[in-house]
Design a binder for this molecule. Structure first.
Ligand SMILES: [Zn+2]
Ligand SMILES: [Zn+2]
Ligand SMILES: [Zn+2]
Length: 256
């Protein structure tokens, strides 16, 4: 399996509009972060996790011409705002694009993108989606692999993380319930997990909390994502991390 980090930035992206900090002014491409999303591929299958405002840029950069579906973690704009940009993929594939999410997240998407979901007076240029509602701990088969939707808490908000084989993708989490920790502990070759910056935050793991969770779950390798400009420069922070933990960057390719 291949997993590609499409974006690794927090909700405003990095650089932040109008910010003059050293990270936002850095020339290192690894300090430039589109909004967080990832793509997983095996055999002929290709799925993306989230579809934020940078989806179009990410699909163009990776030269993607088809996807088999989108797994949403939650409804926040930095994870959903690009849904309109599935249009070229829908036209090319000539079938509704499967979307997978919690029922609450589907309802939110229906509000934000009513013209995509309506059957009345449809605009001919609107894309179509096929809705798949997910419940926490639901398992679904994708070809020869099983994906499990895992509950995590984003502050007070229950959202989903995903595990497929020995890879897990967690973003925007602040707390992992025991049931989720049990599923992941000593099971993973690769854990992708959010880590915002060093300071405390109400709804996201900071670096210290992410490292603590990584220690508990004990994956062979861990990659940090959903990173803010306050984290610091890629090169400096990378040097401080434990051996099996790496700071993610846009375009990072992981093969398991
Ligand atoms: Zn987010
Ligand atoms: Zn900045
Ligand atoms: Zn969020």
């Amino acid at each position: 399996m291949k997993i590609k980090l499409l974006g690794t930035g927090t909700s405003q992206g990095v650089p932040v509009i109008g910010c003059q900090c050293e990270v936002c002014r850095s020339d290192n491409l690894k300090d430039k972060r589109l909004r967080t999303a990832a793509m997983i591929e095996w055999d002929q299958k290709r799925y993306v996790f989230d579809c934020g405002p940078d989806f179009r840029t990410q699909m163009l950069r990776e030269q993607i011409d088809r996807i088999d579906g989108i797994f949403f973690t939650h409804e926040h704009a930095d994870h959903t705002a690009g849904l309109d940009d599935i249009r070229p993929l829908y036209f090319k594939q000539a079938r509704p694009v499967p979307i997978y999410a919690l029922p609450r997240v589907i309802q939110d998407l229906q509000k934000r993108f009513d013209y995509i979901f309506t059957n009345e007076n449809r605009y001919p240029g609107a894309p179509r989606v096929k809705i798949h509602q997910l419940e926490p701990h639901q398992k679904i088969n994708l070809g020869d692999k099983t994906l499990e939707a895992l509950p995590v808490l984003h502050g007070q908000l229950p959202i989903l993380a995903y595990k497929i084989d020995n890879i897990a993708y967690i973003t925007d989490a602040k707390f992992l319930p025991d049931t989720t920790i049990d599923v992941l502990t000593n099971q993973l070759d690769l854990l992708i997990i959010n880590s915002l910056h060093q300071k405390q935050h109400q709804t996201h793991f900071n670096l210290k909390e992410a490292l603590k969770i990584i220690k508990i779950i004990n994956p062979k390798q861990a990659i940090l994502t959903h990173i803010s400009h306050h984290m610091g420069l890629y090169e400096e922070i990378s040097r401080q991390l434990p051996a099996r933990v790496k700071l993610g960057y846009d375009g990072m390719l992981l093969e398991i």
